[in-house]
Design a protein around this ligand. Structure first.
Ligand SMILES: NC(=O)c1ccc[n+]([C@@H]2O[C@H](COP(=O)([O-])OP(=O)(O)OC[C@H]3O[C@@H](n4cnc5c(N)ncnc54)[C@H](OP(=O)(O)O)[C@@H]3O)[C@@H](O)[C@H]2O)c1
Length: 305
């Protein structure tokens, strides 16, 4: 089994704040060789190459592509966009990793899986696929480390609250009085990079990751207000209106059903979570909502001086 020492990072292109992209940068900063898998050659692939990664192009749903990109790597981060083929991609990766032989497979999952079981599923096709994926990986006998973050600040709160905060000074979400505790995907990436750099002590472990404070959306809005030095309020909109709005933007059905389920679970208090994984593994406290909004103040319409 050849080992070129490289760490494979899938889903490495991503948007700003994507886990794979940030993990690639963090591993390179540590001086570790990274093979970054992207779906196509574009500016993002060029940027990864310029940063020092070996860039490989492939489709995680094509077994031959997965075999080609995994071969030679003994440590793998597996994560990709929320999409209908997630379970198939996971099982393909597991089959290849068994064939090639890897020392560590770090699997991105979701914290809702901690609440799921045969008699406790959710209507989200993504959450069901993560739950099944975790089981398939357990049956595979591979040396797996499971990462279960709660909702992301970058992947959810930034795109879904910045337009209304910018235009009306309001967070409009159907979360009712449910508490939530979003985590920065930068913190998630720091945890993944720490595990990949020295996987031995983490094999077989499950890490739950949240931000530092679970609070309802009025509390979240106060953190936005503090960060932007102007009033931001929370408006509890109807789940039906929110779903209509998501559909109007033409999101794929799989993603829409996932987001609608997340909102339902938030409303039901199921995102009232607190875990210390970020600080324990990365050595730094998890980023707060206020810090996150301060960092992205321009996208939220700017900070009043
Ligand atoms: N967002 C949240 O609130 C949240 C919370 C907890 C857990 N998670 C989990 O985090 C993961 C998503 O992480 P992320 O936000 O870092 O990912 P992401 O940025 O949405 O996606 C990463 C990359 O996956 C690539 N990709 C998609 N399909 C592919 C395929 N068939 N072959 C090869 N590459 C493919 C995409 O390539 P292109 O850009 O070229 O399309 C994208 O760049 C999911 O497992 C999700 O369930 C998310």
């Amino acid at each position: 089994m050849a080992d070129n020492g490289s760490i494979l990072v899938t889903g490495a292109a991503g948007q700003l704040g994507a886990v794979g992209r940030t993990v690639t940068g963090l591993l390179l900063e540590r001086g570790l060789p990274v093979r970054a898998m992207v779906r196509r050659e574009d500016d993002r692939a060029a940027a990864l190459r310029a940063a020092g990664a070996e860039v490989v192009v492939g489709d995680l749903l094509e077994p031959a592509d997965v075999y080609r990109v995994v071969s030679g790597c003994r440590r793998v981060y597996f994560g990709m966009s929320v999409s209908a083929g997630y379970l198939e991609a996971t099982v393909t990766m597991a089959a290849v990793a068994r064939e090639v032989g890897v020392n560590a497979l770090v699997n991105m999952s979701q914290m809702t899986v901690s609440q799921m079981g045969i008699h406790n599923t959710t209507p989200s096709p993504q959450q069901r696929q993560h739950w099944l994926s975790e089981q398939a990986l357990a049956w595979s006998g591979l040396p797996v480390v499971t990462i279960r973050p709660t909702v992301f600040l970058e992947g959810f709160f930034l795109p879904l609250t910045s337009p209304t905060v910018r235009d009306r000074g309001r967070i409009e979400l159907p979360f009712g009085r449910g508490k939530t505790n979003p985590v920065s995907s930068g913190d998630v990436a720091r945890v993944v990079a720490a595990v990949l750099a020295d996987p031995g002590p983490h094999l077989g472990r499950i890490y739950e990751l949240t931000g530092p404070r679970s609070q309802d959306m009025h509390g979240v809005a106060r953190e936005y207000s503090d960060a932007l030095n102007r009033e931001v309020t929370y408006s509890d909109i109807s789940p039906e209106d929110w779903e209509r709005e998501l559909k109007r933007h033409g999101l794929p059905e799989h993603l829409t059903r996932h987001l609608v389920t997340m909102a339902e679970l938030n409303r039901a208090g199921r995102y009232d979570r607190l875990a210390d994984g970020v600080e324990r593994l990365s050595g730094r406290p998890a980023m707060s909502v206020r810090e996150f909004v301060s960092l992205h103040a321009d996208e939220f319409g700017g900070r009043r001086s």
